[in-house]
Design a protein around this ligand. Sequence first.
Ligand code: NAD
Ligand code: FE2
Length: 434
Amino acid sequence: MVLGSYFSHKEGGDTAFTVEAPKIKFGSGALSEVGEDARALGVTRMALFVDPAIATLKPTEQVIGALVEAGVDHGLYTDISIEPTDASFKAAAQFVQEGGFDGVISLGGGSTMDTAKAANLYASHPDDFLAYVNAPIGAAKPVPGPLMPHIACPTTFGTASECTGIAIFDFVEMQAKTGIAHARLRPALGVLDPTVLETLPPMVVAANGFDVFSHAFESLTARPFSHRDKPLGPAMRPLSQGANPYSDIACQEAIRLIGGNLVQGVVDPTPETREALMFAGMLAGIGFGNAGCHIPHGMSYAVAGLVHDYQAEGWPAHHPLVPHGISVIVNAPSVFRFTGPTCPERHLMGAQAMGAETDGVAPEEAGALLADRIIEMMRATGVPNGLSGIGYSEDDLDRLVAKAGPQQRLLVNAPCPVSEDDLRGLFQDAMRYW
Ligand SMILES: NC(=O)c1ccc[n+]([C@@H]2O[C@H](COP(=O)([O-])OP(=O)(O)OC[C@H]3O[C@@H](n4cnc5c(N)ncnc54)[C@H](O)[C@@H]3O)[C@@H](O)[C@H]2O)c1
Ligand SMILES: [Fe+2]
């Protein structure tokens, strides 16, 4: 392919890739336009979902002010569970069902945006709770018709939930994190106003920033779309289609912005670092929405799911929890040492974009160089020292491998094959970095 040797044709491989582009508005002051945005979408009464931590802060005032000014009525819901559950999704759906709304607006992190998506779905197309939930836990029934328009306004910058048709929750009975995924869940508009990050606790900034880096770098090093088997028909092409020339552009810039701004964004944030980090999150969202993540995210489900008693600073302390971004980045240095030899030039590109000195570095050192730079940034931002830093030991290796192994959707998107033995070695190497 003229667009790069990484995408060279492979016998039987795919020959086309698709581009999904979410509708986004970005910039400081964007929140004050949501009333007009709601009107343009034909909404007269909004179900307004707000993260409890920001319900009394400026962004909430701005959104309510903008709705009032545009003559759009609203009902407020702040009973969001951070890391939502089936019960919290159901309660939110009941609020929408009974409130006579014709639109939904969410202001908060992934937990809030996902709650709004699920509430919109069950209020618009009531069914058994498990009907729409991903198989094998649920029946993965396709959403039968359009939902009410949803304007999603993130107050964090890592999940890119404003770009996706995914809502994630803990299915408490089975101790499993699962979700609902359908294109109709995708918000009609994402509104990214970097000023909302002013109150974000430093460890939430760190977790989001490393999640963004991982989305971008995993997408950049995903198996090229041209090496995945050509689908039997266009409808069979997976969402995680592999690295492609479009996602590459977004991901490279996202990595550069994280490399240049994350440490300062955690220890001494400025309006400029907030803007850079939020823009990086948006770019990485576009990148992984078109390419897909791989091993660090696959391992993260095991790391989050098997949590012992770790509680992170900056999150409500109701129960042990490994925040998503932390559960990903603790695996990343170990994984990139492993994947480095498969596509050294991309690991070198990533290391350079993150701020490492790459002059004179041999291709076989690329993975280790990137790992060292990530570790340096983890230490500078106060992130735990690998799996041991969040309470795991060698005794957990069997369970970690058993829980990560089934994440095949992510693992097959890696640039090289990953066996169970490889996974064990990767978890082992991720135990401690300094
Ligand atoms: N739908 C998707 O595509 C998708 C993708 C990745 C992750 N997720 C899900 O998103 C959730 C995590 O979302 P998140 O990382 O955005 O965090 P979050 O919504 O869980 O919030 C994290 C913490 O930050 C607080 N907070 C949020 N914004 C704040 C602000 N501006 N100022 C002060 N405090 C603030 C919250 O109250 C909470 O304590 C998880 O449930 C995860 O599974 C969804
Ligand atoms: Fe992520």
